[in-house]
Design a protein around this ligand. Structure first.
Ligand code: COA
Length: 176
């Protein structure tokens, strides 16, 4: 393995298409509560609009030589972003500042997991999220059935807040 980490700009996200779509398929495979909700979720419907809507984005890809083997995508967004026609992700009044941070998408290809790559990407994301002075609340949304990811985030200090959409998503949060 010849791994290296690259922060990429918003206009270069096309390179994440394949890994983003793999993440959606992975989550659907793990899910038992309304897995069909994933059918409309892909790079074009999730990552592209999210990047456009957010105030600031942070994307890191991991490459093995030239091949992308994982990525993490985090953003800073107005808290109102999380109350929409799809769901109310959290009680907006529980967040004192206008904006929140979110670790939004995270995927390491099979064969590259359990080597510390995820921890490295997670730490890079948290360092980035925490440098915004006007943000105090951080969220991660985990789809049902993904127990490994849930435990990973809990080991990293996030706590389960509540479930939404009848258990389709578990909301994890942390604060400064
Ligand atoms: C969740 C995910 C991103 C974690 O990435 P990862 O690279 O496997 O994570 P790490 O290797 O850093 O850590 C996982 C565990 O592996 C073990 N580990 C880490 N480094 C290790 C090493 N060098 N040797 C052996 N084990 C190691 C540890 O038990 C670690 O647990 P910790 O959290 O207590 O440190 C990855 O498993 C993944 O992409 N899963 C599929 C997609 C997914 O679920 N995404 C999340 C959507 S919300």
């Amino acid at each position: 393995m010849n791994l290296h980490y690259e922060v990429i700009s918003d206009d270069k996200i096309e390179c994440c298409r394949e890994v983003c779509n793999e993440l959606m398929a992975y989550q659907k495979a793990k899910s038992s509560i309304t897995p069909e909700l994933f059918d409309n979720m892909n790079f074009d419907t999730r990552m592209v609009p999210s990047i456009k809507k957010a105030l600031s984005n942070f994307i890191v890809v991991v490459k093995d030589d030239d091949k992308i083997v994982g990525y993490v995508y985090s953003n800073i967004s107005p808290k109102e972003t999380y109350s929409n026609e799809f769901a109310t992700f959290f009680d907006l009044s529980s967040v004192s500042k206008n904006n929140v941070g979110c670790l939004s998408q995270f995927y390491i290809r099979e064969g590259y997991r359990q080597y510390g790559v995820g921890s490295k990407l997670f730490n890079m994301s948290m360092d980035w999220l925490k440098h915004f002075d006007n943000v105090e609340d951080y969220f991660i949304f985990v789809s049902n059935g993904n127990h490994d990811a849930l435990k990973f985030y809990q080991r990293k200090g996030f706590t389960v807040s509540h479930d939404i959409l009848d258990g389709f998503i578990t909301v994890l949060r942390n604060s400064k």
